[in-house]
Design a protein around this ligand. Sequence first.
Ligand SMILES: Cc1ncc(COP(=O)(O)O)c(C=O)c1O
Length: 398
Amino acid sequence: MTIDLAILGGTPAFTSPLHVGTPNIGNRTVLMARFEDALDRRWLTNDGPFVKEFEARMAAKLQVRNSVAVANATVGLELAIRALGMTGEVIAPSFTFIATVHALQWNGIRVVFGDIDPTTHNLDPTAVEKLITPRTTGIVATHVWGRPCAIGPLRELADRYGLKLLFDAAHAFGCSAGEQPIGGFGDAEVFSFHATKFVNCAEGGAITTNDDELARQLRFMRNFGFADYDCVERLGTNGKMSELSAAMGLTSLEAMDEIIATNQRHYADYRQRLASIPGITLVDYDSQFQQNYQYVVAVLDEARFGLSRDELVQVLHAERILARRYFYPGCHIHEPYRTLEPNAGLTLPHTETLCQRVLLLPTGTAVGVEDIAKIVERIQTATAHAGLVRAALKSRHA
Ligand SMILES: Cc1ncc(COP(=O)(O)O)c(C=O)c1O
């Protein structure tokens, strides 16, 4: 009997690759009409009408006073960190996308890595408190997978030690903490509208805050520090969002509810199909509150599944299912942090374990129900024939 797995000589499940984060496109006709409008107006950037509309709609959705659109979340983080006056040392997770900590390092700040709570995958306030020194000026915490950080305890720590608190909300657009939408917590929050995010501008981001003066400064800073035509009031950079990106963002925003519904259906489908397979568990979302379900996150237990996360990734890649390891290998293992903080791993046991176990599966509007059935079937076959798979992988690498 042949076992239908590409790694064992079978036919790949897909003819073309299925990626994690394939962009959702929204209504093309509406998008093209917006592009035409921008071209007709010959107003392509510099705080144009689409950017203003995008900011206003976002602020209303997130119930926050200010939304400052920027070119991407990385520049948004860099600007927010500088505007908040963070210097010296700032505590941040290693279990996050590299941009979170690069934005600190880029500002000349020492990144002090804090461990995560192994259940929530978010920065652990108890670990954070142990890392506070007289040089600490802030905390940057990521709402990983859109699940809210321990906002209350982090706010309490920040207040007690006089620290600034910034949330990397790149994953969390459309999510809430309790009844309140993510966007108005901490001193500011930063969203990403990169093409791989479920609401996207191709490239884009936003800083949201209830602090009007902070927002005013951020508006100058994203535009070279210009306060008026001939007046540069402070150091700035070019972090502006273009009209074409905002047109994409507005169109994407209009499709948001539909995309979330698709993501939620896919998530439930994966969950139901994977339930009977030992050693592979999906990260939970609290359906009582708003979630975007943009990530299908599996955590692998090698002893029960029969293969390691990395072995399963190789099996799936052979099937052209481009599952992704997140946030592998952990920011502290990447340069320049590996050199700057060679002992960071000693205090990051939960981060190091999780980085070896997490796997993201494809979802979003580019994925069909029948695709999920095929993906899970291949996962099922891989675990059922783990011994053969492992031997094939070994001989591949011999
Ligand atoms: C947690 C996190 N922070 C920051 C970023 C950077 O976002 P951008 O690509 O918009 O700069 C990302 C992008 O994937 C992210 O996942």
